[in-house]
Ligand binder design. Structure first.
Ligand SMILES: [Mg+2]
Length: 240
Protein backbone atom coordinates (compact mmCIF):
# COMPACT_ATOMS: atom_id res chain seq x y z
CA UNK A 1 0.00 0.00 0.00
CA UNK A 2 1.27 3.47 -0.86
CA UNK A 3 2.29 5.56 2.14
CA UNK A 4 -0.05 8.36 3.23
CA UNK A 5 2.13 11.21 2.05
CA UNK A 6 2.14 10.02 -1.55
CA UNK A 7 -0.58 11.21 -3.92
CA UNK A 8 0.84 9.62 -7.09
CA UNK A 9 1.64 5.97 -7.97
CA UNK A 10 5.32 6.47 -7.37
CA UNK A 11 7.58 8.71 -5.37
CA UNK A 12 9.97 10.63 -7.59
CA UNK A 13 11.52 13.47 -5.59
CA UNK A 14 12.59 13.84 -1.97
CA UNK A 15 13.09 17.30 -0.47
CA UNK A 16 14.88 17.61 2.85
CA UNK A 17 15.37 20.42 5.32
CA UNK A 18 18.84 20.84 6.94
CA UNK A 19 18.68 22.31 10.46
CA UNK A 20 17.19 20.00 13.09
CA UNK A 21 16.22 17.58 10.31
CA UNK A 22 19.67 16.34 9.23
CA UNK A 23 21.88 18.36 11.57
CA UNK A 24 21.64 18.83 15.31
CA UNK A 25 21.34 22.61 14.95
CA UNK A 26 19.68 23.34 18.29
CA UNK A 27 22.37 21.49 20.24
CA UNK A 28 25.37 22.95 18.43
CA UNK A 29 23.90 26.46 18.51
CA UNK A 30 23.51 26.14 22.29
CA UNK A 31 27.11 24.93 22.45
CA UNK A 32 28.41 27.90 20.47
CA UNK A 33 26.52 30.42 22.63
CA UNK A 34 27.64 28.56 25.76
CA UNK A 35 31.30 28.88 24.79
CA UNK A 36 30.82 32.51 23.86
CA UNK A 37 29.17 33.32 27.21
CA UNK A 38 31.88 31.38 29.12
CA UNK A 39 34.53 33.58 27.54
CA UNK A 40 32.71 36.66 28.87
CA UNK A 41 32.60 35.45 32.49
CA UNK A 42 34.26 38.65 33.71
CA UNK A 43 31.29 40.64 32.40
CA UNK A 44 28.47 38.18 32.99
CA UNK A 45 28.26 35.57 35.76
CA UNK A 46 27.27 31.95 35.01
CA UNK A 47 23.87 32.53 36.68
CA UNK A 48 23.25 35.69 34.66
CA UNK A 49 24.38 33.90 31.50
CA UNK A 50 21.95 31.03 32.17
CA UNK A 51 19.07 33.44 32.86
CA UNK A 52 19.92 35.44 29.73
CA UNK A 53 20.04 32.31 27.59
CA UNK A 54 16.62 31.25 28.84
CA UNK A 55 15.25 34.66 27.82
CA UNK A 56 17.03 34.39 24.47
CA UNK A 57 15.42 31.02 23.71
CA UNK A 58 12.03 32.39 24.71
CA UNK A 59 12.48 35.36 22.34
CA UNK A 60 13.57 33.08 19.47
CA UNK A 61 10.65 30.72 20.09
CA UNK A 62 8.22 33.61 20.09
CA UNK A 63 9.63 35.08 16.85
CA UNK A 64 9.45 31.68 15.14
CA UNK A 65 5.90 31.04 16.37
CA UNK A 66 4.76 34.41 15.07
CA UNK A 67 6.81 34.07 11.85
CA UNK A 68 8.33 37.43 12.79
CA UNK A 69 11.99 36.48 12.38
CA UNK A 70 12.85 39.80 10.72
CA UNK A 71 11.58 41.78 13.71
CA UNK A 72 14.83 41.59 15.70
CA UNK A 73 18.38 41.00 14.46
CA UNK A 74 20.65 38.65 16.38
CA UNK A 75 22.36 41.38 18.44
CA UNK A 76 19.00 43.01 19.21
CA UNK A 77 17.62 39.68 20.41
CA UNK A 78 20.52 39.44 22.85
CA UNK A 79 20.08 43.02 23.96
CA UNK A 80 16.45 42.31 24.85
CA UNK A 81 17.38 39.00 26.51
CA UNK A 82 20.05 40.67 28.66
CA UNK A 83 17.65 43.42 29.69
CA UNK A 84 14.96 40.92 30.61
CA UNK A 85 17.49 38.97 32.68
CA UNK A 86 18.40 42.18 34.50
CA UNK A 87 21.87 42.51 32.96
CA UNK A 88 23.12 45.82 31.54
CA UNK A 89 23.74 44.97 27.86
CA UNK A 90 26.65 47.41 27.17
CA UNK A 91 28.85 45.79 24.52
CA UNK A 92 27.75 42.26 25.44
CA UNK A 93 25.41 41.68 22.45
CA UNK A 94 28.28 42.34 20.00
CA UNK A 95 30.72 40.17 21.96
CA UNK A 96 28.24 37.28 22.43
CA UNK A 97 27.56 37.21 18.68
CA UNK A 98 31.29 37.42 17.82
CA UNK A 99 31.99 34.39 19.99
CA UNK A 100 28.98 32.59 18.59
CA UNK A 101 30.24 32.95 15.01
CA UNK A 102 33.77 31.88 16.05
CA UNK A 103 32.47 28.68 17.67
CA UNK A 104 29.51 28.02 15.40
CA UNK A 105 30.95 25.30 13.15
CA UNK A 106 32.78 23.39 15.91
CA UNK A 107 29.88 21.26 17.10
CA UNK A 108 28.04 20.60 13.83
CA UNK A 109 26.90 17.00 13.62
CA UNK A 110 24.24 14.70 12.17
CA UNK A 111 21.16 13.73 14.15
CA UNK A 112 20.86 9.97 14.71
CA UNK A 113 19.33 8.45 11.57
CA UNK A 114 20.16 11.46 9.38
CA UNK A 115 22.73 9.61 7.32
CA UNK A 116 20.25 6.80 6.75
CA UNK A 117 17.80 9.41 5.47
CA UNK A 118 20.47 10.80 3.11
CA UNK A 119 21.16 7.28 1.81
CA UNK A 120 17.48 6.58 1.15
CA UNK A 121 16.93 10.04 -0.38
CA UNK A 122 19.80 9.38 -2.80
CA UNK A 123 17.70 6.58 -4.36
CA UNK A 124 15.37 9.32 -5.64
CA UNK A 125 16.02 12.65 -7.29
CA UNK A 126 16.41 15.03 -4.37
CA UNK A 127 16.96 18.55 -3.16
CA UNK A 128 18.02 20.12 0.12
CA UNK A 129 15.84 23.15 0.98
CA UNK A 130 17.20 25.21 3.84
CA UNK A 131 16.40 28.60 5.32
CA UNK A 132 19.34 30.69 6.41
CA UNK A 133 22.31 32.87 5.58
CA UNK A 134 24.57 31.82 2.69
CA UNK A 135 27.80 31.54 4.73
CA UNK A 136 26.32 29.69 7.69
CA UNK A 137 24.29 27.20 5.68
CA UNK A 138 26.98 26.44 3.08
CA UNK A 139 29.61 26.19 5.85
CA UNK A 140 27.59 23.40 7.49
CA UNK A 141 26.63 21.74 4.19
CA UNK A 142 30.29 21.53 3.10
CA UNK A 143 31.63 20.55 6.52
CA UNK A 144 29.21 17.61 6.67
CA UNK A 145 29.64 16.82 2.96
CA UNK A 146 25.87 16.98 2.46
CA UNK A 147 26.16 18.57 -1.01
CA UNK A 148 28.12 15.64 -2.42
CA UNK A 149 25.35 13.26 -1.31
CA UNK A 150 22.40 15.19 -2.76
CA UNK A 151 21.50 16.31 -6.28
CA UNK A 152 20.46 19.90 -5.57
CA UNK A 153 20.82 22.44 -2.77
CA UNK A 154 18.64 25.51 -2.25
CA UNK A 155 19.68 28.04 0.40
CA UNK A 156 17.05 30.70 1.00
CA UNK A 157 19.44 33.65 1.13
CA UNK A 158 20.85 32.70 -2.29
CA UNK A 159 17.34 32.78 -3.77
CA UNK A 160 15.97 35.68 -1.75
CA UNK A 161 13.00 33.45 -0.96
CA UNK A 162 12.46 31.75 2.39
CA UNK A 163 10.30 28.81 3.38
CA UNK A 164 7.29 28.79 3.72
CA UNK A 165 7.17 30.88 0.50
CA UNK A 166 5.84 28.47 -2.18
CA UNK A 167 8.40 29.76 -4.70
CA UNK A 168 11.28 27.90 -3.03
CA UNK A 169 9.35 24.60 -3.30
CA UNK A 170 8.38 25.37 -6.90
CA UNK A 171 12.08 25.90 -7.67
CA UNK A 172 12.85 22.47 -6.16
CA UNK A 173 10.13 20.89 -8.34
CA UNK A 174 11.63 22.60 -11.38
CA UNK A 175 15.15 21.38 -10.57
CA UNK A 176 14.02 17.79 -9.99
CA UNK A 177 11.47 17.67 -12.80
CA UNK A 178 8.87 16.27 -10.40
CA UNK A 179 5.19 16.98 -9.95
CA UNK A 180 4.08 17.98 -6.43
CA UNK A 181 2.08 14.72 -6.16
CA UNK A 182 5.26 12.70 -6.81
CA UNK A 183 7.24 14.55 -4.14
CA UNK A 184 7.70 14.65 -0.40
CA UNK A 185 9.13 17.31 1.93
CA UNK A 186 10.75 16.19 5.18
CA UNK A 187 11.38 18.78 7.87
CA UNK A 188 11.18 19.70 11.54
CA UNK A 189 9.39 23.02 11.14
CA UNK A 190 5.61 22.97 10.93
CA UNK A 191 5.63 26.59 9.89
CA UNK A 192 8.44 26.59 7.30
CA UNK A 193 8.54 23.04 5.93
CA UNK A 194 5.05 21.61 6.37
CA UNK A 195 2.93 24.74 5.94
CA UNK A 196 5.20 25.68 3.02
CA UNK A 197 5.25 22.45 1.01
CA UNK A 198 1.76 21.15 1.88
CA UNK A 199 -0.29 23.86 0.13
CA UNK A 200 1.92 23.46 -2.98
CA UNK A 201 0.60 19.87 -3.14
CA UNK A 202 3.81 18.19 -1.99
CA UNK A 203 3.45 15.33 0.52
CA UNK A 204 4.84 16.16 3.96
CA UNK A 205 6.63 14.30 6.75
CA UNK A 206 7.07 16.24 9.97
CA UNK A 207 10.01 15.29 12.18
CA UNK A 208 8.72 16.22 15.60
CA UNK A 209 11.87 15.61 17.62
CA UNK A 210 10.74 17.61 20.62
CA UNK A 211 7.17 16.33 20.83
CA UNK A 212 5.46 19.62 19.98
CA UNK A 213 1.68 19.61 19.82
CA UNK A 214 -0.11 20.02 16.53
CA UNK A 215 -2.58 22.59 17.86
CA UNK A 216 -0.98 25.56 16.16
CA UNK A 217 -0.42 23.78 12.87
CA UNK A 218 -1.29 25.91 9.90
CA UNK A 219 -1.14 22.91 7.61
CA UNK A 220 -1.36 19.43 9.05
CA UNK A 221 1.48 17.10 8.00
CA UNK A 222 0.64 13.88 6.16
CA UNK A 223 2.93 11.92 8.46
CA UNK A 224 4.56 12.62 11.80
CA UNK A 225 7.73 10.89 13.01
CA UNK A 226 10.25 11.70 15.74
CA UNK A 227 13.57 10.95 14.03
CA UNK A 228 15.15 11.23 10.57
CA UNK A 229 15.60 7.45 10.64
CA UNK A 230 11.82 6.95 10.88
CA UNK A 231 11.36 9.33 7.96
CA UNK A 232 13.86 7.20 6.00
CA UNK A 233 11.73 4.10 6.67
CA UNK A 234 8.61 5.82 5.35
CA UNK A 235 10.41 6.95 2.21
CA UNK A 236 11.76 3.44 1.66
CA UNK A 237 8.20 2.09 1.69
CA UNK A 238 7.46 4.33 -1.29
CA UNK A 239 10.11 2.38 -3.23
CA UNK A 240 12.67 3.88 -5.59
MG1 LIG B 1 14.76 22.89 10.28
Amino acid sequence: MAPGFLRADKLKAVFIDLDDTLLDETAHMRGAYGKSLDELHEQISPDQAAATYREYEYIVGDLLRRNAWDELEREQRWEVALQRAGVDPGDLPVKICDGYYRHYFEGVGFLPGAERLLDVASQFVNCLITNGEHGKQWGKIRKMDVDSRLDHVLVSEDLGVWKPDPRIFERALELTGAQPSESVMIGDSLHADIAGAGPVGIGTIWINQYGYSLDEAIHEPDEMVTTPGEAALLIEQAGP
